[in-house]
Ligand binder design. Structure first.
Ligand SMILES: [Fe+2]
Length: 209
């Protein structure tokens, strides 16, 4: 996920992944509420959904292209560990098709609440699986050097990632968690977020009805 582009020294990969996962859950709750209210087509809901899709894509691209290959190399020959990573990739693909079904329901006026429910269940199962198996595995086999290399590679791949990621993570979170997350960021990023990214993000009024 894009998180690694901004991985601060004070914050573990674990904490960063959890912050991102909570933001996915929050947005999916918002989408489910809008769908249940028959407001899936509202302009700011559509914008929130497009933004969420960008973040999911970023998360999957970073994990599949940058993070999992490093973990795979580190566990070469260990069948059970490699199977966990294969499951991560398969779950990402499954989530991709369920996102497509939400898009179809939005476009054709299909059963949006059902499409959202199926997506939410798949995402929740995937996030838990990742939190319980793949993230601890990555943390156990990758050393600080490799995490730094992951952060560098991600930073090079998606420069826009931090701008997308930081204000999205702190949207609506409790004040304590918000300040914990923001103060752990490198100062230039925190400043850019305060001056530009968050004001810009708020102006978009994502998910408002
Ligand atoms: Fe994932």
């Amino acid at each position: 996920m894009g998180a690694f582009a901004v991985q601060p020294r004070e914050m573990t990969c674990h904490a960063l992944v959890h912050a991102a996962h909570d933001a996915f859950r929050r947005d999916l709750d918002r989408l489910a509420a809008a769908a249940a209210a028959g407001k899936g087509g509202a302009v700011h809901v559509r914008a929130g959904w497009e933004n969420l899709k960008d973040l999911i894509r970023l998360h999957h691209d970073v994990e599949d292209a940058v993070l999992w290959p490093r973990v795979e190399r580190a566990v070469a020959g260990r069948r059970a560990e490699r199977a966990v990573l294969a499951e991560m990739r398969a779950e990402h693909a499954g989530i991709g098709s369920l996102i497509g079904r939400v898009d179809v329901a939005l476009r054709d006026g299909g059963d949006l609440p059902r499409a959202v429910r199926e997506l939410r269940e798949a995402v929740e199962a995937h996030l838990r699986h990742e939190e319980m198996s793949a993230v601890p595995l990555a943390e156990s086999v990758l050393g600080p050097e490799e995490w730094r290399a992951v952060a560098d590679e991600v930073g090079g791949r998606c420069e826009a990632g931090a701008e997308l990621f930081v204000p999205w993570v702190v949207d609506g979170i409790a004040p304590v968690e918000r300040s914990r997350f923001l103060t752990a960021l490198p100062v230039p990023l925190r400043e850019r977020n305060r001056v530009m990214w968050e004001p810009r993000y708020r102006k978009r009024r994502l998910w408002s009805l």
